[in-house]
Design a protein around this ligand. Structure first.
Ligand code: ZN
Length: 269
């Protein structure tokens, strides 16, 4: 049986972190992520950087977030759904331009300020070239979104340890559940407010112990991989797998990982 439940290097699970607002506590959080090899996406408010000393600075931005993903969170963190469509678009495109200028990279992701949106927000995202939008609606499951424009996370970090433990249980005891993705969101300053940095340290340590089974990736890396997998072509007899994308894909064939390299056809025995 062919199943599309594998990640790069044949790994069976994916974990991604998503942190909003870009306050100074991001520095400590990234130190922890880097120690354990965890990857995060950081959604920044460009209009506050360089103006409000509670936020990270333009100077440190490219090096602080190196190895992670920088994504949009709007210029001024308004309730977008209360704004006219053109003003919503300005909040997104100007944020994207500023963050792309600062990083020198493409910025393609977004999270909704206050976790709210209107239909016009989704249109503005598409026009501004933002391909996913993270909500604050927790699914408490390991499934992918039906629509990346409304990407509902698994859980907030304060509730993440039970999900991490569940994923580790699945890896060890329930291999038929392979393929899940754990998506954790939050704000780094909450660890200061709640005095619980030990939570994220402990959870990252637990996850790192399973790095042979878990793919640690940014939000956009997971979206790109999933969209590539969706383009895999399988012959009617299930023996030929063609990968028309520029991304190497791994699938599960009779409980073993098989790599289908970018642009190639793999013929199964
Ligand atoms: Zn926010």
């Amino acid at each position: 049986m062919i199943r599309t439940n594998r990640y790069p290097d044949g790994k069976s699970y994916a974990v991604t972190m998503s942190y909003d607002d870009g306050l100074l506590a991001d520095r400590k959080l990234i130190e922890i992520f880097n120690t354990y090899g965890i990857k995060g996406t950081f959604h920044l408010i460009s209009g506050r950087i360089g103006k409000n000393p509670a936020y990270i600075t333009w100077d440190e931005l490219p090096t602080l977030y190196a190895g992670h993903e920088v994504a949009c969170h709007s210029v001024e963190h308004p309730h977008l759904e209360q704004m006219p469509a053109n003003a919503q678009y300005e909040q997104l495109i100007e944020d994207r331009k500023a963050l792309e200028a600062a990083t020198g990279k493409l910025v393609r992701g977004f999270s909704f300020p206050f976790g709210t949106w209107s239909a016009a927000t989704l249109d503005a995202m598409k026009t501004a070239g933002l391909e996913y939008g993270r909500t604050t609606n927790n699914t408490n499951n390991f499934l992918f979104p039906e629509n990346f424009l409304l990407w509902h996370p698994t859980c907030h970090h304060k509730d993440c340890e039970r999900h991490v433990d569940q994923m580790i249980y699945n890896i060890e005891k329930a291999p038929w559940r392979a393929g899940g993705m754990l998506y954790v969101w939050g704000h780094s300053y909450e660890f200061n407010n709640d005095n619980n940095w030990d939570l994220i340290e402990r959870v990252c340590g637990k996850l790192a112990n399973y790095k042979d089974s878990i793919w640690f990736a940014t939000n956009v890396e997971i979206m790109d991989y999933k969209k590539a997998v969706e383009q895999l072509k399988v012959s009617a007899d299930g023996k030929k797998l063609y990968n028309p994308t520029a991304t190497d894909i791994w699938v599960d064939v009779d409980d073993a990982p098989v790599k289908v390299p970018a642009g190639e056809t793999v013929v199964l025995a």
